[in-house]
Design a protein around this ligand. Structure first.
Ligand SMILES: [Zn+2]
Length: 449
């Protein structure tokens, strides 16, 4: 079991001696906390991961969230000096990663490279940097040690064995959210509270994601599905997990209780907006505001709505990134779908749409996703924020869609050559048939969130 634990520790490296001490110190605090006890929210993640998913994902290593952290900290804490100057917090990554952070507002920021340069700590490093850059740590009088612990725990509660819904996706969404909050309309109207909320929501929006979608949880009678009445099951869990970590680390414990509960509520409202099955409701409301030109960013509720739309865009912005980045995300999300399909087949459950690796391809899924989900959203976003960034994003999406279309065509002509009977039957068809059937199916419950 210990070996398994060590293998899945992709997120935090204990090998390099300069990084070790810092994380150990933070994890040491975690150990103290785990001995004291858990908030109710945290307790809920235990049966979630060790009862149902152990039987379903037989190949995977299952986490006992806080328990895992406890084991690690207790094993690794021995012999490590406890004292660590705080200034090391901001210098705990290589020079190259720091150089990348100088350009953190660039749309072609390579989060995969950044993750490698930070030894798998992209989410911690990026979020910490952005909070500092905005001066939010001083402004909200955040305790550096609590903040660092919070970010370490957030990153750890993402499942590094999910092909897609892992901490790198969260870091990517946080970086995109930062880009959107820098857009002129937002930059001049957002308050520090809005920015703090936007960054925290982005970093935590998929916390503890199990790598399967809501329909899967419902059809396997998962207790979270009944807990949240089959509605935004995952998003509610991400939110509650984030609140659990906030309370556990006491990051806002110095604030008045009313402010803390406002913060938790607003965090929830942002995270719940990422439920892709609610997309049409958000989009209609956005369209109506744009048609009537009645968005006023001096109003807190309108600013909150724009933050919700920004987070939704950040969450599904993969098709708007340059091809080399976009392609990698597409492959990862498809692999996660297909792994769910494999589990469904193995357990004789109905295979969810887009999850069957025999009948779907990365390209078809992407073309459908862009057409039905991403393009409508980013078209409205570009109406709201008509900037170079918006045009760049739409431009990339168009090119990426064409690239997938080209690859699909190559694939189908290659398979026709290999199989002369198919070639013969398709001979008289028009080019339109190459689109395939699977791209038409974009389920509301698709787990691209
Ligand atoms: Zn997401």
């Amino acid at each position: 079991y210990c070996i398994l634990f060590l293998q899945r520790r992709g997120a935090i490296s204990y090998d390099s001696s300069d990084q070790t001490a810092l994380y150990i110190r933070m994890l040491g605090d975690v150990r103290v906390r785990s001995q004291v006890g858990f908030e109710p929210e945290r307790r809920s993640s235990h049966p979630y991961l060790c009862i149902d998913f152990r039987t379903l994902h037989s190949k995977r290593v299952h986490r006992l969230l806080s328990f895992q952290r406890y084991l690690h900290s207790s094993r690794l804490l021995r012999g490590i000096p406890q004292q660590m100057p705080l200034h090391i917090l901001d210098e705990d990554y290589t020079g190259q990663a720091r150089c990348m952070l100088d350009k953190v507002g660039n749309w072609n920021f390579d989060i995969f490279l950044f993750d490698r340069l930070t030894n798998g700590n992209s989410l911690i490093t990026l979020t910490f940097h952005l909070l500092n850059q905005y001066g939010l740590v001083e402004l909200f009088q955040l305790d550096m040690v609590k903040l660092w612990r919070f970010l370490v725990m957030v990153q750890e509660d993402y499942h590094s064995d999910n092909p897609y819904h892992n901490a790198v996706h969260a870091a990517d969404v946080t970086q995109a959210m930062y880009c959107y909050m820098r857009e002129p309309k937002l930059a001049k109207s957002l308050t520090s509270y809005d920015i703090l909320l936007g960054l925290l929501a982005a970093a935590t929006h998929d916390l503890d994601h199990p790598g399967v979608n809501q329909p899967f949880l419902i059809k396997t009678d998962h207790y979270l599905a009944s807990l949240y009445r089959n509605t935004s099951v995952l998003e509610n869990h991400h939110w509650k997990s984030a609140v659990g970590l906030l309370r556990e680390t006491g990051l806002f414990s110095h604030m008045p209780p009313e402010d803390r509960s406002d913060m938790e509520r607003d965090l929830g409202s942002l995270i719940l907006a990422t439920d892709i099955s609610q997309q049409n409701e958000y989009l209609s409301r956005f369209r109506l505001h744009l048609d009537q030109q009645n968005l006023s960013l001096t109003s807190a509720s309108h600013r909150h709505f724009i933050l919700q739309m920004a987070l939704k865009c950040a969450d599904i912005c993969n098709p708007c990134r340059p091809w080399e980045l976009s392609k990698q995300w597409s492959e990862k999300v498809t692999e996660e779908f297909f792994q769910q399909g494999d589990i469904e087949k193995k357990h004789h459950l109905e295979v969810s749409p887009l999850c069957d690796r025999e009948t779907n391809s990365v390209g078809n899924i992407q073309i459908g996703f862009m057409t039905y989900v991403a393009e409508p959203l980013f078209a409205e976003w570009a109406r709201f924020s008509d900037t170079r960034l918006s045009q760049t994003m739409l431009g990339h999406m168009g090119l990426n869609k064409a690239s997938w279309g080209g690859l699909q065509q190559e694939l189908s002509s290659a398979s026709e050559e290999a199989d002369p009977t198919t070639a013969a039957t398709k001979d008289g068809d028009t080019a339109g048939t190459t689109e395939g059937t699977s791209s038409k199916e974009i389920p509301q419950g698709s787990n691209v969130s």
